[in-house]
Write a protein that binds this ligand. Structure first.
Ligand SMILES: [Zn+2]
Length: 359
């Protein structure tokens, strides 16, 4: 089993870890108790998440083929996520997000969305269990572009995160609270995540121990990328906060344990991790690629077609329910579940609260 082979690597890379007995037959436990993470990763599956993908596809089909900000398709996506979470016992909030926030600040990116005024909503649900000053925040954006249903971008992240939340439940026996956030208006320039981070007090920002971003997890010609928490790839345009390297390592090792070879990808402020990284919050996540082109080396590593985009249907009408790489989605869901479950029990490798910037 590949997970066993990964043990010496993990222990070697992690000077702060507690070595486990070499006779221990349980899964690798480099920095703490990973049984809860293993259990969550077993319970949360790609097959379970596909139910949510289909629901988002159906919503788009009923609403002119998209779920973009400001449309009925988006509002129905909000209702679907909120209802699904409430059914398993979560208290759910859907705070309003002003769509002019990015324009006022002057730092919004060129968006591909349609919204220029008015408001939209984020969806937020947090476990009732766990410390609320040591929060594991899992984030994915709920809006599509106007051009298509957005099932890969970012139905895949939404469905993965929703599956993890449903299987974890609102009262899971965890040490650190888990907050699931579904951001609005990402395609309009990260407006939902910007408003969310700006709306927190310095103490509220310090309460977030780790942010895991899920945006584009199942590209048909995709790859296995992990955000570059240790800066080793030289492609970050934002400096990841201390502790981000521990996130990268954990997610990298989980993918590797499933028999694939992950590679780094830069924090370049083009998804909802951006405002968190800017606020000095440790961040990370897995990613399958979007408009970038797969290289010959990446095709040798992962299969697929070199010289073709990871996601040929990126921001197009064909980003639909048939545009999902199922083996990849299964591994990405497993990895997200493992990451959420691991950090919910143990924050080893991440800065203690009094060393978080809160900026
Ligand atoms: Zn996206």
């Amino acid at each position: 089993m590949a997970a066993v082979l990964a043990v010496p690597l993990i222990l070697g890379a992690c000077s702060g870890g507690q070595p486990t007995s070499s006779t221990d037959a349980s899964p690798p436990t480099p920095t703490g108790d990973r049984r809860a993470a293993e259990a969550l990763a077993s319970a949360a599956t790609g097959a379970g998440a596909v139910v949510h993908l289909q629901a988002l596809q159906d919503i788009a089909a009923r609403n002119g083929g998209n779920r973009a900000t400001g449309t009925a398709g988006y509002e129905q996506s909000v209702d679907y996520v909120a209802d699904t979470l409430r059914r398993v016992g979560f208290d759910v909030q859907t705070p309003t997000v002003p769509l002019s926030a990015g324009a006022e600040s002057g730092d919004a990116q060129e968006g591909e969305g349609s919204a220029t005024s008015g408001t939209t909503r984020n969806v937020i649900a947090q476990t009732r269990s766990g410390r609320t000053d040591e929060v594991v925040l899992s984030g994915a954006h709920l809006d599509s572009v106007p051009a298509g249903p957005g099932i890969g971008d970012d139905g895949s992240g939404v469905a993965a995160q929703l599956e993890v939340a449903v299987k974890m439940g609102a009262d899971a026996p965890i040490t650190n609270a888990v907050r699931f956030v579904f951001f609005g208006a990402e395609e309009d320039g990260l407006l939902g995540s910007q408003a969310y981070v700006r709306g927190l007090s310095p103490d509220g920002r310090r309460d977030i121990a780790v942010m895991l971003n899920s945006d584009g997890l199942a590209a048909p010609n995709g790859g296995y990328f992990v955000y570059d928490g240790d800066g080793s790839d030289g492609s970050n345009t934002e400096t990841a906060a201390p502790g981000s390297q521990a996130i990268e390592r954990l997610l990298h090792d989980r993918l590797a344990s499933q028999g694939v070879q992950p590679r780094g990808t830069g924090f370049v402020d083009d998804s909802d991790y951006g405002p968190f990284v800017a606020a000095g919050i440790p961040a990370g996540g897995v990613f399958s690629g979007d408009s970038g082109t797969k290289t010959a080396e990446q095709a040798r590593l992962w299969g697929g077609q070199p010289g073709v985009p990871f996601q040929p249907c990126y921001h197009r009408a064909c980003d639909d329910i048939n545009n999902i790489n199922r083996p990849m989605f299964d591994r990405m869901v497993n990895t997200l579940a493992y990451g959420v479950g691991a950090f919910a029990v143990d924050l080893n490798g991440l800065p203690p609260r009094n060393q978080r910037s809160g900026r």
